[in-house]
Design a protein around this ligand. Sequence first.
Ligand code: ADP
Ligand code: MG
Length: 158
Amino acid sequence: MYSNQLKHICNNIDDTELLAQKFADAVKNTGCFVCLFGDVGAGKTAFSKFICKHLNVKEKVTSPSFVILNEYKSGDIPVYHFDLYRLENEGINTIINELDEYSEGKILTLVEWAEFSQNNIPFDRIDININYIDENKREFIFNAEGTKSTDILNRLKI
Ligand SMILES: Nc1ncnc2c1ncn2[C@@H]1O[C@H](COP(=O)(O)OP(=O)(O)O)[C@@H](O)[C@H]1O
Ligand SMILES: [Mg+2]
């Protein structure tokens, strides 16, 4: 079945790592632009860390919530990890223009709190909604926009 939506329940953190590993495998030859949605504590950063681990990023991966952007160049492809939570309106507008540059080529861009800029992200991307179900259980909903991201989602066998 060819689809641009995929839903998956992770019963525990190990399931989330396995999902991240599969996602890393699906993007490592192409790169991808990813927006992560979900409440504080949903698992946006945890999922991002596992993706980096399975792209063989050697640096310590930390939450970019204070620094807005962390860059990792030591893995299979470059990873740009944004967290827009602390940005004010003016900063958002500046970042939006810059995000375009992070949407092309064989790089992985992960954006937490992209809802602040949702209407301004037109490019080919995968949106991932993470819903908290209980302490250890999360629902992941992937939506692909555009042909490149739809292909990636369809390579993601879960
Ligand atoms: N199945 C799961 N998937 C992701 N995180 C989980 C899961 N179960 C428990 N957690 C925990 O939930 C927390 C998620 O925090 P974090 O990734 O920082 O959230 P966010 O970045 O969305 O605010 C972590 O402490 C993580 O260990
Ligand atoms: Mg976070």
